[in-house]
Design a protein around this ligand. Structure first.
Ligand code: A1D88
Length: 221
């Protein structure tokens, strides 16, 4: 997917959703999981799933999950690797791996705790319970609840696309790298990336357009 995005410079935002109206993703195939044997095979599966989620989360464009039904296990981990989540009112979200005798292996233990805090993340993983879209909204697990999540995701994407594409990419990078650092190191990263944005034509265009009271036309340069 990263290659696909790199080859199509005109893609400004990626929206991920499920086919049909039952599920975003109901998780990894439990039949397939059941045939896993040995520590090594389990670790390899986890690493390859983490790699996919990592590629998604480090794309240089915003990624929105339109959660149109169940987002469970690996399905919620996929949504967690996105930047913004929009859920249908009837969506159910959870990390039920412990009910299968597993722990989440595609980044869920790390990304959920970073997103909603350790206490809420531990509650969800230790109970293996599913939460409604409303509960997910209240805990900050999703950003929006909308009857038509794909449509709402497109509206959010339209808002993002009005902004400078380099700025969008560097906002993601600053937040992501900063979260894994001390405050001091994170501020250093922010200053470096802020400096980069000041060197872009988009910065000239954005500030110039504001002062001229016109809409900016960003070129991603
Ligand atoms: C590292 C990553 C690890 C993981 O992701 S572990 C997997 C985490 N996911 C789960 O544990 C979810 C398992 N599925 C369910 O709990 C339920 O399903 C649902 C809540 C999603 C839906 O429940 P309902 O509406 O009652 O439908 P239904 O009859 O249970 O499911 C329809 C068919 O779909 C199959 N199915 C659902 N999820 C999975 C899955 N994750 N892997 C394999 N099969 C699945 C079922 O078995 C069934 O199949 P049939 O019609 O043949 O009885």
């Amino acid at each position: 997917m990263a290659d696909l995005i790199a080859d199509h410079a005109d893609i400004g935002v990626l929206i991920v959703t499920g086919g049909g109206d039952r599920a975003f993703v109901a998780g990894a195939d439990i039949l397939e999981l059941s045939s896993l044997d040995g520590v090594y095979a389990g670790r390899e599966l986890s690493l390859s799933g983490q790699d996919v989620m990592g590629r998604l989360s480090t794309l240089p464009i915003p990624v929105i999950a339109a959660i149109n039904g169940f987002a469970l296990g690996g399905g919620l981990e996929l949504a967690l690797a996105c930047d913004v989540r929009v859920a249908a009112p009837g969506a159910k979200l959870g990390l039920p791996e412990a009910s299968l005798g597993l722990i989440p292996g595609f980044g869920g233990t790390q990304r959920l705790a970073r997103l909603v805090g350790m206490g809420r993340a531990l509650d969800l993983m230790l109970t293996a319970r599913q939460v409604t879209a409303e509960e997910a909204l209240n805990m900050g697990l999703v950003n929006y609840v909308a009857d038509e999540p794909l449509r709402r995701a497109r509206e959010v994407a339209e808002q993002m696309l009005k902004n400078g594409p380099i700025a969008l990419s560097l906002v993601k990078e600053a937040v992501r790298r900063g979260l894994d650092s001390s405050l001091e190191a994170g501020l250093e990263i922010e200053a470096d990336l802020f400096g980069l944005t000041v060197a872009t034509s988009d910065f000239r265009e954005g500030t110039g357009a504001f002062l001229a009271k016109r809409r900016p036309e960003f070129k991603g340069e």
